[in-house]
Design a protein around this ligand. Structure first.
Ligand code: OXD
Ligand code: MN
Length: 597
């Protein structure tokens, strides 16, 4: 046997045990070096896992295609495996650890024969920071290794840290036969373990991301009294050089990545704002000795949705993905570059689509529907440091101080453009009742609301009632708690057109939020919270009718009363576990809506 790169007995024994189960031909330890990365890229090109791209135009970039039925997170195959079903709560799929291990063991058995098993030691967060957590992922996929090298801190430094500290999340992944009928994404929070089998799609297999940094981390965070949240983190710098940071939760597909790296709109440029992107998906937050909340982004890269990304929606991302990027399931153009629906420039005349088939502009399928060049959930994996707005605080062990927490959703009518909660407890109620309306792009009745508290429905690793309690308790022990706001960029007029221009213009709303945090502007007290006086949102450079602005800020008591019916039935599923404080907030809102307050 070659010399092992670690003395950590627990790690060595676990790797041996898993290799006896999966039977790889070889075990390869990932050291995070450039040489090893190059070699893996070469091998991936040779096996076809990577498709070469034009290195002149896209240096260090490659294309990967997944199986046709393996293109998104499979929530129905994702389980929280706690001893007691109650601990997983009513919003998670549950399996007993015994049954889950037994079933998955059958799929893992001999699954790596003829393949290598890669051992990836990785750190979520700066190596050695009190915020950070270490994981080790075993995988038979080079694609996973190369993505993890972008998304996390990988290699030697992590192993050295593991010589000092024995705690790590055991992450086992095998593509096995990529069979959706033999696919499972299993979380064992009580064993600090993740098993994922039968998939090659990022969200199911880059185990540092949703699986560790949200599902397992949320479980650990409650025990250790911190937060693991589905939130972007961004800094907003004023001309005096002061940077204030916000953390914001939005359900998937609400423009979180675009917001995290927005470019100040023309009209606000005179104020000299500058945006600093800390993260676009996950925030780990702790109360520091100063009594306020500090946050890190545990990740090192973006795993973003390609369609719709262009120089208008997200100019910084367009720059970010010009080099060192792994593209997944996008269209390949004849010149060796890539394209997706909603990309910059002309629609190409032809290319190879995400399924590897010849594609032509305007092509229709048998039902007369356009054939997409890129899958709607096609992705890019790119290093944060490539981003022109990347924060200078990415490696800071204490993270950044959070001034405001924002909860967003997609509501055509109900929720105003922005609203400040009365206090922390009320803010937790606002987060817990967040929802988005289904659009024509989803299965279900248009306009029907899907509740997604704190955007964590698919990612909370334990009973959500306890999660709400944790939020309430954390507020009580935080002397300088951030203010909590809700935003809604998606309100429409009677013809269904968006009232708010969105994208970079969202900075106008963030400006009001930060002014409120510093008690610089007044507000109107409504039954649901404080909303802006119409002239306190700086509209320099855009023409929005006063009527539209009034509509954007409107609070309709009747609609809110209707909304409460949905909130009630959502809350009822948690039975007696739901914290009393949330029922109290419910009752108080009900009373405020009825009174003329
Ligand atoms: C993501 C998601 O991929 O939230 O970030 O679905
Ligand atoms: Mn996400």
């Amino acid at each position: 046997m070659t010399k092992l790169p670690t003395h950590n007995k627990k790690l060595i024994e676990w790797v041996e045990k898993m290799s006896r189960l999966c039977r790889p031909d070889k075990i390869i330890w990932i050291d995070g070096s450039e040489t090893q990365k190059r070699q893996l890229e070469e091998e991936s090109l040779a096996t076809g896992e990577f498709i070469p791209l034009n290195q002149q135009n896209l240096p260090g970039c490659y294309l990967h295609r997944t199986a046709v039925d393996d293109v998104a997170r499979t929530e129905h195959l994702t389980f929280i495996c706690t001893k007691n079903k109650h601990d997983a709560g009513p919003t998670n799929n549950w399996m007993s650890p015994l049954a889950a291990y037994r079933k998955a063991r059958g799929y893992f058995k001999d699954a790596m024969r003829g393949r290598n098993m890669y051992v990836i030691p990785f750190s979520m967060g700066p190596v050695g920071s009190a915020f950070s957590k270490i994981g080790v992922e075993l995988t038979d996929s080079r694609y996973v290794v190369l993505n993890m090298m972008v998304m996390t801190r990988v290699g030697e430094a992590v192993l050295r840290q593991l010589e000092k500290d024995d705690h790590f999340t055991k992450c086992l992944h095998s593509k096995a036969d990529l069979n959706i009928n033999r696919r499972l994404i299993l979380h064992f929070p009580e064993d600090n373990t993740i098993w994922s089998v039968g998939s090659g799609y990022g969200g199911n297999v880059l185990l540092g991301k949703k699986c560790l940094s949200l599902r397992i981390a949320s479980f650990l965070a409650r025990k250790e009294r911190w937060f693991a949240e589905h939130m972007l983190i961004m800094g907003i710098e004023k001309p005096n050089g002061r940077v204030q940071y916000i953390a914001a939760a939005f359900p998937s597909a609400c423009g979180k990545t675009n917001l995290a790296m927005l470019v100040p709109p023309e009209g606000l440029k005179r104020k000299g704002y500058r945006i600093w992107t800390v993260g676009d998906d996950i925030a780990w937050m702790r109360v520091d000795t100063d009594g306020s909340l500090w946050a890190i982004n545990p990740e090192m890269g973006f795993f973003g949705v390609a369609p719709g990304t262009n120089s208008k929606t997200n100019p910084n991302m367009v720059e970010t993905i010009k080099k060192d990027t792994i593209y997944t399931n996008v269209l390949l153009k004849p010149d060796g570059t890539v394209w997706w629906e909603g990309a910059d420039g002309e629609i190409p005349e032809n290319g190879i689509d995400w399924q590897g088939r010849p594609w032509k502009r305007g092509m229709l399928d048998a039902n007369g529907k356009p054939v997409l060049g890129a899958h709607p959930n096609s992705r890019f994996t790119a290093p944060i440091v490539n981003c022109p707005s990347a924060s200078f605080r990415l490696e800071q062990h204490h993270g950044v101080p959070i001034s405001a927490i924002i909860f967003g959703g997609k509501r055509a009518h109900l929720t105003p453009l922005v609203c400040e909660s009365f206090n922390w407890q009320h803010g937790v109620f606002v987060g817990a009742t967040m929802g988005s309306e289904l659009t024509a792009a989803q299965v279900g009745k248009i306009g029907q609301v899907r509740r997604d508290p704190m955007a964590m429905i698919p990612f909370c690793g334990y009973n959500m009632a306890s999660y709400f309690r944790h939020w309430l308790e954390m507020g009580r022990k935080m002397p300088k708690a951030p203010k909590i706001f809700s935003v809604n960029w998606f309100r429409t007029d009677k013809n269904g057109r968006f009232l708010w221009p969105g994208f970079g213009e969202n900075l106008r709303v963030l400006e009001w939020i930060l002014d409120r945090c510093e008690n610089k502007v007044g507000a109107i007290k409504t039954p649901i919270g404080y909303t802006p006086n119409i002239y306190d949102i700086d509209m320099t450079g855009i023409s929005l009718q006063e009527e539209a602005m009034a509509r954007l800020l409107e609070v309709n008591r009747h609609d809110w009363q209707e909304e409460l019916k949905g909130v009630r039935s959502f809350f009822l599923q948690f039975k007696k576990d739901l914290p009393e404080e949330l029922w109290q907030e419910y009752e108080e809102l009900h009373a405020r809506l009825k009174s003329n307050e």
